[in-house]
Design a protein around this ligand. Structure first.
Ligand code: GCV
Length: 710
């Protein structure tokens, strides 16, 4: 009897230990256990021992489980954040011209260890982009626009002061304290711990810059209080090689500066910005610069004063130039009133200014011409600007790809853009330096204060992929997926192989069940999660409504952007792409309905009609989403229970949502085509009328709301 009691006690204890070790996703891909004190390897540093080199040393001490390591900063080492790693049989050597290069080398060594890769020959790397930058759409009150992972880790109003929700078992950084109570000092310490963990995660994948606030910027971001906070964050991020930037509101001189105008040609306004820049650099000497959304979606800008993008961008550039700061000026613009084809407006608005922007201005352009849709062609502006440094902005947060519920790996989408940019007659210069200008790559972050940072454990893959691609865009989707999965979940080969396949297929499947064949922007009215291709209330501007984009009618489907009969947007591409896209027969079928209005009975390459192909592609997407859920179900043995369960719930929901999308779109388009559903298309689960009545009202819908969906 006694023995049984002890056995039960032992079991409970064991379970408790197991529980303590349970994973909550907070460690991201950095899950190597720390070395015990006596197991720490010898590490020698040579070169100036700044905070960054000491960090590299700490990382190796704590996590490297091999022979001695020598970290060397030397004049003739690799520049531009690059490094060499080699094993000279006595020690592993990491060398670079900068301590940051050495830190990146240290993280590379640790990644190789986590993946069980030996050091063979010299590993020599230099990042592709100079500036590898996250854009946080975080508001000063702590909310995050298009954020699906909780609240901001940087900003909070009095009511949203850091709570237990933000408490994480943060490994790898020294926790100043745990916020057991609400004492401000403890809360501050806790924030510092989170910022350090954030910086460490970013540095481990090569990210070296961050914009701390939303592009829909509040003027108060340039007030004293927020600048003090920015300084505190910058101080924490600096040793990890991460520079901070701010989004600025163009009307700030008026809104907080007491001026009567924000006209960029007004001398007082110019002086105000210069003084503001001087103030910022006094506080943060390595401040990166400004990100600006001007004259777009209601944000103020130079056009409010009859001035141009050049006038606005160059004025800010002039204020930042003496300090080495830069302006990232966004080209996400479309006319305030309905105008020409929305997909064509950025080129129309920016091309007249090609070559007129100051040296320290980069034009930041979304990967596609509309707005982060599941599939878009490349933005023609990226291929058109010859004399202007451009940069690509992608969206890591899944505003249009299932938020933090659907597991959709975005590397294939971003690589598709890089690949098309290689058009021989395009002028893509986002990865080439024009003169001394810097190259950059931006991603809208999917980070919030949820325990696993991204809302979903699998969404972390997109943060990871962004960093790795900003470092090396030639990495394959498979390699990035394998790296992420083996570090974040398990190195078991069955797990890694099966899930790599799922991840790499997931974006294409999402396109199939949401918007195949070039369909775009057929989301619901009040959110970008579910389908509502019929959404067209009176009084809303047409180019905010799905029918503007799909143009379904009795004849067919799709937006005619051809020169002959449509908007002519195809002409904005270089000839090689124009010829391809403008011709119905040569247009890639995965973009067909983006560029053409196509008859329902048009024969596709497969011999099927457009209608049959559309239905069957939706069907294929659903089957693939179901297969993802089945695969994950079988992964239970390789993953800790908590993360497995949380993701299982999401994979099941994703499959159900795929049905929702399929039924909503196909049944709705059938009211135009009037054609029967093809063989192989399983009977609908939903009725069109029920779906039309259904309104999902949550904006930032989260996993907690999953059960409320159809
Ligand atoms: C920050 C889309 C999003 C907006 C976002 C905007 C932008 O329209 O829905 O939330 O605003 O893009 O990129 O500026």
């Amino acid at each position: 009897m006694m023995k049984r009691k002890y056995a039960v006690l032992a079991l409970i204890l064991l379970l408790c230990c197991f529980e303590a070790k349970a994973e909550d996703g907070s460690r991201l891909w950095l899950r190597t256990e720390k070395n015990a004190q006596q197991e720490q390897p010898k590490v020698k540093m040579s070169g100036k021992k700044d905070a960054t080199l000491r960090l590299a040393c700490d990382e190796i001490h704590q996590y490297w489980k091999g022979k001695s390591v020598v970290l060397t900063v030397k004049k003739n080492g690799k520049t531009r954040d690059g490094f060499d790693i080699f094993d000279d049989s006595r020690a592993v050597r990491i060398e670079s011209a900068s301590s940051l290069g050495v830190l990146y080398g240290a993280y590379t060594l640790l990644r190789m260890q986590a993946m069980g890769q030996p050091i063979q020959g010299t590993i020599s790397e230099t990042p592709c982009y100079d500036i590898r930058i996250l854009n946080h759409w975080d508001n000063p009150n702590g909310t995050v626009e298009r954020g699906f992972a909780g609240r901001s880790i940087f900003w909070h109003d009095a009511l949203s002061a850091p709570s237990g929700r933000t408490r994480r078992a943060v490994d790898g950084v020294t926790s100043a304290s745990t916020p057991q109570d609400n004492a401000p000092q403890k809360q501050d310490d806790h924030l510092v711990t989170i910022w350090k963990a954030y910086a460490r995660a970013n540095a481990s994948i090569g990210i070296n810059a961050t914009v701390l606030n939303n592009v829909n910027a509040k003027p108060l971001m340039l007030g004293d209080e927020k600048l003090q906070e920015t300084k505190r964050i910058a101080d924490v991020l600096r040793p990890y090689g991460i520079k901070v930037y701010l989004s600025v509101n163009f009307a700030s001189p008026k809104a907080i500066g007491g001026l009567s105008t924000a006209d960029p040609l007004d001398p007082d306004v110019r002086r105000w910005w210069k003084e503001k820049a001087n103030d910022i650099y006094r506080m943060i000497p390595d401040f990166g610069g400004f990100l600006v959304k001007a004259n777009s979606e209601g944000e103020p800008g130079p056009m409010d004063y009859g001035r141009s993008h050049v006038d606005g961008a160059n004025m800010l550039a002039e204020a930042l130039a003496p300090h080495g700061g830069i302006v990232m000026w966004r080209a996400f613009v479309y006319s305030a009133k309905e105008g020409s084809d929305r997909a064509a407006q950025a080129v129309e608005e920016f091309m007249p200014y090609d070559g007129q922007f100051a040296e320290n201005v980069i034009i930041q352009i979304k990967n596609g011409p509309v707005d982060f849709q599941p599939r878009e062609p490349i933005s023609p502006l990226l291929l058109a600007m010859k004399q202007t440094q451009t940069m690509i902005e992608v969206q890591i947060t899944q505003e249009y790809l299932g938020e933090s519920v659907h597991s959709v790996f975005l590397a294939p989408m971003w690589k598709e853009c890089f690949d098309v940019a290689k058009a021989p007659d395009g002028f893509a210069n986002f990865d080439k330096h024009i003169g001394n200008r810097k190259t950059a790559f931006a991603g809208v972050a999917n980070i919030g204060d949820s325990r696993n940072w991204c809302g979903s454990d699998m969404a972390q893959a997109n943060w990871y992929a962004f960093g790795r691609l900003a470092w090396n865009p030639d990495l394959s989707n498979e390699q990035i997926a394998r790296e992420f999965l083996s570090q974040t979940f398990s190195t078991n080969p069955v797990f890694v192989t099966e899930m790599t396949h799922v991840l790499c297929q997931s974006r294409e499947s999402c396109v199939k069940y949401m918007m195949p064949l070039g369909l775009h922007h057929i989301f619901a009215g009040n959110h970008h999660y579910g389908p509502e291709p019929w959404y067209a209330p009176k009084g809303v501007r047409a180019d905010w409504l799905p029918p503007y984009y799909h143009k379904a009618d009795a004849n067919g489907l799709g937006f005619d952007r051809t020169v002959e009969t449509g908007s002519g947007a195809t002409k904005q591409y270089p000839p090689s792409l124009y010829n391809k896209y403008n011709d119905l027969n040569s247009c890639p079928e995965n973009l067909l309905l983006w560029f053409h209005h196509v008859a329902w009975n048009h024969r596709m390459h497969s011999g099927k009609t457009l209608w049959d192909m559309l239905c069957l592609t939706y069907e294929e997407g659903v089957r693939e989403a179901e297969a993802f859920a089945d695969t994950w179900r079988n992964m239970k043995q390789y993953v800790d229970a908590d993360r497995w369960e949380a993701l299982m719930k999401r994979y099941d929901r994703q499959a159900r949502d795929a049905w929702w999308w399929r039924d909503a779109c196909v049944l709705y388009f059938q009211t135009f085509s009037k054609l029967p559903l093809p063989d192989g298309f399983r009977p609908a689960k939903f009725k069109l009328d029920d779906l039309k009545r259904y309104r999902l009202v949550m904006d930032n819908y989260t996993a907690a709301d999953m059960d409320k969906l159809p």
